[in-house]
Write a protein that binds this ligand. Structure first.
Ligand code: URA
Length: 459
């Protein structure tokens, strides 16, 4: 078989056989097929798409391209190992909040997370804004850690679905990321190789997500759910809004601060201080994870348990346990409101400057474009353009106002935390462009403010 013929066939839009797909995935994984030929094939797939059969063969071939994680030692009767995966966005710190909560409630989680690229953030980077946190522990140690404390959070391993890792790097530089078929095979191959019993997907939609409209988000969700179920791994997808950045903070250390604040909430602050969009997504995802793990069929009851788990401090305790287990540094800080010292992660958060961005006119914020805010973060150094770029963990944005809020001209909408004045100037254009304020009736602004961020559930 020749790679040239496989590329040509797909270029004509014809269906590839299982043998042809296996040939190119194996050859590429072993280093026998050069990048330029795989890039050409990926472009042909991007343009002509895949049939259902091709997509399934591709995903399974990628999942089997290197080792699979063996989680059998974590299994317990009547319980299931569930993985959670987000298709990405801006300000998405859901994994960092959900994992300690569900782990504190008895769900075992062995999670691998990726780094941020372009305007979307990555959980691995956010964790590395904690001094000392080791995201690269060996897989065997990660499994032992789950046995000990119920949770680990590590970076994507080379040993799992190597074809995806190599292909994603090519896609990233050849404008072939935005394809539902390639995104679905990429995500599902590594999830299937991660050895879990069930998969919960958070499919984001909006300017800061890969899927820009709800129809495409449903299509991606349906495609991934079907692949998972076909592989015998129960899969569900929750479609969530990424029209504006999720929560109050965007950046690495600043998002960790929001995570800490969320997990330290008492009853009153959980109602009043945490951002509604973040709270809604966290509760929904965590409640479904608990259900899929076999620990509670009633979603509403699960949400009540999650609430108690947070306000009792158990979720925060688990979060600190996770950080300490992976060598993250923690110091004791006296907290007025609980009148005691609490362990607090030490963050790489020392930035030099802070600037407030004010409303240009009076009215209601009708949108905050999350892609533009993600781009602005890259400008001030908090995200990377190329994989090998260093990032500045300390920079970011803290939003005081969000979509649906009324502002008077001159009110502070957000604070920018940064280190380099020239970079700030670049970011400022994106920020100004991202925020739209209009005059509108209070009913309409209430509608905007109270809009649910859970848009659909695909099972
Ligand atoms: N996340 C992935 O893991 N792969 C994609 O292709 C897109 C988002």
């Amino acid at each position: 078989m020749r790679m040239y013929d496989v590329i040509e066939k797909k270029r004509y839009g014809r269906e590839l056989t299982k043998e042809e797909i296996d040939f190119f995935v194996k050859g590429f994984s072993k280093g026998d097929i050069p990048d330029y030929q795989v890039s050409a094939l990926l472009m042909a797939i991007c343009i002509n798409g895949l049939t259902k059969e091709e997509l399934v063969h591709l995903t399974f071939a990628m999942a089997n391209s290197s080792g699979k994680l063996d989680l059998s030692s974590l299994k317990e009767p009547g319980r299931y190992i569930v993985d959670k995966h987000s298709t990405g966005g801006v300000g998405d710190k859901v994994t960092l909040i959900v994992l300690p909560i569900v782990a504190a409630l008895g769900v075992k989680v062995c999670k691998m997370s990726g780094r941020g690229l372009g305007y979307t953030g990555g959980t691995a980077d956010k964790l590395e804004s904690i001094v000392g946190y080791n995201i690269n522990i060996p897989l065997e140690d990660a499994i032992e850690q789950v046995k000990d404390i119920g949770v680990c959070l590590i970076s994507q391993s080379d040993k799992i679905a190597i074809a995806d890792k190599k292909m994603y790097a090519l896609r990233d530089t050849t404008a072939t990321v935005e394809s539902i078929d390639l995104i679905a095979s990429s995500i599902m191959s590594k999830k299937l190789a991660s050895g879990v019993d069930k998969i919960l997907l958070d499919v984001t939609v909006g300017s800061g997500a890969f899927m820009k409209n709800i129809d495409d988000a449903r299509k991606l969700a349906r495609t991934m759910v079907d692949i998972g179920n076909l592989a015998g791994v129960e899969t569900k997808a929750i479609i969530t809004s990424m029209a504006e950045p999720l929560g109050k903070n965007v950046g690495n250390a600043v998002e960790l601060k929001e995570v800490i604040e969320f997990l330290l909430s008492d009853e009153e602050s959980l109602y009043s201080n945490t951002s509604n969009d973040l709270k809604e997504v966290v509760f929904e995802i965590a409640a479904y994870m608990i259900k899929m793990a076999g620990l509670g069929d009633d979603i509403n009851q699960n949400k009540k348990d999650i609430f108690r788990c947070i306000v009792s401090g158990k979720a925060y305790e688990k979060f600190i346990e996770l950080i300490l287990a992976q060598d993250g540094q923690v110091c004791d800080v006296y907290m007025d409101w609980v009148e005691k010292e609490l362990p607090m992660p030490i963050l790489k958060d020392s930035a030099n400057y802070l600037k407030e961005i004010h409303a240009q006119n009076t009215g209601v914020i009708v949108s905050i474009d999350s892609k533009k805010i993600g781009e602005a973060l890259v400008c001030i150094g908090g995200g990377r353009i190329r994989k090998e770029d260093e990032i500045d963990y300390s920079v970011g944005f803290e939003f005081l106002k969000k979509t649906g809020d009324f502002v008077n001209a001159g009110d502070t909408i957000l604070k920018v935390i940064y280190n380099d004045k020239e970079k700030f100037d670049l970011a400022f254009e994106y920020i100004e462009d991202a925020i739209v304020i209009e005059n509108m009736l209070p009913e309409v602004s209430n509608e905007l403010k109270n809009k649910s961020h859970i848009l659909d559930i695909v099972e």
